[in-house]
Design a protein around this ligand. Structure first.
Ligand SMILES: C[S@@+](CC[C@H](N)C(=O)[O-])C[C@H]1O[C@@H](n2cnc3c(N)ncnc32)[C@H](O)[C@@H]1O
Length: 371
């Protein structure tokens, strides 16, 4: 009936594609096949075919549909494939349903990632016809891409990059040690970390010094490509998978006490349990550092509890503004590992609760509480 009201008022369903998508996924009426098809039909005749095809593709997957419903083949539109590299196309074909595992994407997420590759490649070849470029040049290009208002990228740039560099410089590194980054995205911080590890006069090029984990295969491939363009692929290994599945293999891959620094930049509610894995498997080296981003927004209260109250850790937290978001304050937590010294006292139940009701929602509740 809401749809009918929109139609009655002459509202184009294409302009409401996000709402239509939510209703298609959540509504009771979708059990009624005919009703369902009526809306498919209406979605096909809108002025914004691209957005609506996207909705239909998601909704109609694996379903028998009448021939008049025209849904473009596959979850990947031409822009995505053409903008990326053959390796990406291979992944796309192999995992046709991957899109549903990808991070929640804004409407233009994939176009933006295609554009970032174009931007970097174009300027790189204009400035210096040889590939690879230098790592600092790639970072500069990514910064300048992100600084365009419509191109914001969720990477640890600006003040966050400074904390990253500072953290890496806090300890004396052994030749067998690695930095583990959880959440690669397009490899921005991995490239920066690789630059730091390559500062030695004759860096060992036979083994990776930065091991970075990304759940989204497309983003992981983009990261590999940019790492390659930056000329640091010898120093960076991009692993594809969930952090929780990959971390247990670290000791097997690099040896016990081989992790000198961990950079957690993915899903705050998982930080504490994934850190447990690193501690329990003996992966953390002497005086290892843990840097965790976005611990206040969206929030990682259980990680903060652990770092603050476990005798194995010392904690410092930095309040700063998000990269290119001058109105959004966020925190980074920096932990220093003192070696296995026993568990933290259990976190109060309310902290577990807080972990699920991440800080933004929690703040909304607070604001609504009468003074
Ligand atoms: C904020 S971005 C990382 C930015 C990157 N650290 C940088 O500064 O350049 C977070 C990334 O974590 C990935 N991610 C989210 N949950 C994950 C998980 N459970 N395992 C692995 N990667 C994950 C997302 O796909 C996204 O690309």
């Amino acid at each position: 009936s809401l749809f009918k009201e929109w139609l009655h008022r002459g509202i184009d369903l294409g302009d409401m594609s996000t709402a239509v998508e939510v209703l298609l996924v959540d509504s009771e009426w979708k059990r009624d096949q005919d009703e369902d098809l009526t809306w498919m039909c209406l979605l096909q005749h809108t002025s914004r075919r691209g957005a609506c095809q996207e909705v239909m593709r998601k909704y109609c997957r694996d379903r028998e549909l009448p021939s008049w419903v025209r849904v473009q083949e596959g979850p990947w539109n031409e822009t995505k494939v053409s903008k990326n590299k053959p390796e990406l196309a291979k992944y796309m074909q192999r995992f046709a349903n991957l899109e549903k595992f990808a991070q929640p994407a804004s409407g233009n997420h994939w176009e933006k990632l295609g554009a970032v590759i174009d931007f970097v490649e174009h300027r790189l070849s204009a400035a210096a016809p040889q590939v690879p470029g230098t790592a600092s040049e790639i970072l500069r290009l990514l910064d300048s891409f992100a600084q365009r208002r419509e191109h914001w990228l969720k990477v640890a740039g600006g003040a966050k990059a400074e904390v990253l560099v500072y953290t890496h410089g806090l300890r004396t590194w052994q030749p067998y040690e690695v930095v583990v980054e959880c959440g690669t995205f397009i490899g921005y911080s991995a490239i920066r970390l690789a630059m730091l590890t390559c500062r030695e006069e004759a860096p060992d090029k036979t083994r990776p010094r930065v091991f970075t984990i990304e759940v989204d295969p497309i983003q992981a491939c983009i990261a590999r490509h940019l790492v390659d363009l930056a000329g640091v692929s010898f120093a960076v290994e991009v692993a594809i998978g969930q952090v929780r599945d990959v971390l247990p293999k670290i000791v097997e891959l690099f040896g016990a006490e081989s992790v000198g620094m961990v950079f957690m930049d993915y899903k705050g509610t998982a930080f504490h349990s994934d850190l447990d894995t690193l501690e329990d498997t003996g992966a953390l080296g002497t005086d290892a550092r843990l840097l965790a981003d976005n611990v206040a927004l969206p929030g990682a209260p259980l990680l903060l509890w652990h770092l603050a109250f476990s005798p194995s850790w010392e904690l410092v937290a930095y309040a700063m503004m998000e990269f290119l978001e001058p109105n959004t304050e966020d925190w980074m937590a920096l932990g220093r590992y003192l070696g296995p010294a026993g568990p933290a006292p259990p976190a109060p139940e309310s902290w577990h609760h807080l972990s699920w009701h991440t800080v933004p929602r929690h703040l909304i509740t607070l604001r609504c509480t009468p003074m």
